[in-house]
Design a protein around this ligand. Structure first.
Ligand code: A5A
Ligand code: ZN
Length: 480
């Protein structure tokens, strides 16, 4: 029996979020290790459908799925100077095999550049081996010191999709960055999650990268969440790992690399962006149950009603709609509505005695609660169209909401006020100097997300910190 109290979604976002995860049966982080959680059966299904979208997009663009080891010898991790500096302190270490101390400590991968490096050195011989585009979906471990949060900041990232690509030239690597960005845009568009893409400042780029582009969305509490990153690694790792290829005229050159990653944060974003006071609202594409059919019982006709529900369900399944009937005797229809609403099932179909008389059913949308009726023989097409319509409207609604949470400000004071109110993202003018950027972050009590990559706009003011000529617009926010 569902017990969730209907928390106000936007007002008590934190409690709402934790509650929905557990009570909708998605993920449970009460495991006795901080930052480690369990994918529950329903959550695992959502994960599966979401990852299918990502796999399809990557496979269609010539990426090959692989699986590399979890352990990294310390000697490998130490090869790239910037990388080791940032990740050494974030690693979980294995120092013993049984009772025997290890000669070389082993790290649990926090990401896999240094796992893949030694193998690329063996595999890549000539220009004919390039480009090489690999990806894997694995767990990685990071000893996060900031507060952990289910799916958002975890220590065992259990759904880490990392792509690693190798190229002959910088030009090709830059083209790859564009392709990766397109793939990620499509992925988040399919999930109906809005985003902005910003080039991270020097001090916030991925350790070992030339530059990093981040995808950010705004959560209901007005803070931003980085939901994906695309990095141009240049030749930093190929030099550290001595990965070279023979060019067409017989010379050896280091390869150029990119990498890009998405974690289970995509689901955190989906749940947060679309949810409401009644619980989750899943986009139809990733809903394990797209249509829940609920019989409205009647003294004499209950059996007939149940049978009709089962028949309608079978028919929908034949057309590849993920439908299910809720025949639980012990629950009232109202309790069932509550339960499936909490789980975010996109469409509810109700069938009662009068509906059977008229050969029709009642259809209720999860996102708007809009109620319509539909003739039974037209139901399949009707639901398929409705799901498409819902996906489009959910995307538009979320986009509109995000747009309303992007502001422009002309002074540090204005930014401070906006971020204090957790108003979302603020765009300001900046001279581009590191000192000024760091000072800005300190003054506003927030973070520079970076320079807009999706919309190029000239700065309208002087730098809001030093007052000198601004080189660029920059986005700032209070980030998760
Ligand atoms: N090798 C590259 C792809 C990499 O590791 N990039 S990254 O460090 O930026 O991570 C990729 C994405 O994983 C981030 O954009 C973020 O969305 C997610 N991520 C990082 N640390 C996480 C954590 N502790 N919990 C959940 N997601 C995390
Ligand atoms: Zn300045």
């Amino acid at each position: 029996m569902p017990t969730a109290k209907r928390e106000k979604w936007s007002k008590h976002f934190g409690t709402w979020y934790r509650k929905v995860l557990i009570e909708a049966g998605i993920a449970d982080y009460r495991y006795p290790i901080k930052g480690c959680g369990v994918w529950m059966p329903y959550g695992f299904q959502i994960r599966k459908y979401g990852l299918q979208i990502l796999r399809d997009l990557l496979d269609a663009t010539g990426h090959n799925e692989v699986l590399f080891p979890l352990l990294i010898p310390e000697t490998s991790l130490q090869k790239e100077a910037a990388h080791v500096k940032s990740f050494e302190a974030e690693c979980f270490w294995i120092t013993r095999g049984g009772l025997t101390p290890l000669d070389v400590k082993l790290a649990l991968r926090p990401t896999s550049e240094t796992v893949i490096g030694p193998m690329l050195k063996l595999w890549i011989r000539s220009h004919a081996d390039l480009p090489l585009k690999l990806y894997q979906i694995v767990n990685v471990f990071r000893y996060e010191t900031k507060a952990t949060r289910p799916l958002i900041r975890v220590r065992e990232v259990s759904t880490f999709k990392e792509a690693h690509t190798s190229h002959a030239t910088l030009r090709e690597a830059e083209e790859q960055i564009k392709e990766a960005t397109r793939v990620y845009k499509q992925f988040f568009d399919e999930l109906n999650v809005p985003y902005r893409i910003s080039r991270r400042p020097e001090w916030d780029k991925f350790a070992g990268a030339m530059y990093t582009d981040g995808f950010d969305t705004v959560l209901p509490d007005g803070r931003t969440l980085q939901i994906g990153t695309v990095h141009n690694l240049g030749q930093n790792f190929s030099k550290a790992f001595d990965i070279t290829y023979e060019t067409e005229n017989g010379q050896r050159e280091n390869i150029w690399q990119t990498c890009y990653g998405i974690s289970e944060r995509w689901l955190a974003a989906v749940l947060s962006v679309h949810g409401d006071d009644n619980g989750a609202v899943l986009p139809p594409k990733i809903a394990p149950i797209q249509v829940i059919i609920i019989p409205i019982p009647h003294k004499e006709k209950s059996e007939e009603i149940n049978n009709t529900c089962v028949n309608v369900c079978e028919k929908l399944k034949k057309s590849h709609i993920r439908a299910r009937v809720d025949l639980r005797e012990e629950l009232t229809p109202g309790a069932k509505f509550f339960d499936w609403e909490l789980k975010g099932v996109p469409i509810r179909v109700e069938i009662g005695p009068r509906d059977i008389e008229h050969s029709e059913v009642v259809v209720v949308r999860r996102d708007t609660f809009e109620k319509t009726t539909c003739k039974m023989d037209k139901l399949t097409d009707y639901l398929q169209l409705l799901m498409e319509k819902m996906a489009g409207e959910m995307r538009e609604k979320a986009r509109k909401w995000m747009k309303e949470h992007i502001h422009k400000a002309k002074s540090l004071e204005d930014v401070k006020q906006l971020l204090k109110k957790r108003a979302g993202i603020v765009e300001v003018s900046w001279c581009g100097e590191t000192n000024c950027g760091l000072k800005m972050e300190e003054e506003i009590n927030g973070k520079i997300l970076g320079i807009p990559q999706d919309e190029k706009e000239k700065p309208s003011e002087n730098c809001i910190v030093c007052g000198k000529e601004a080189k660029t617009v920059v986005r700032v926010a209070v980030a998760y």
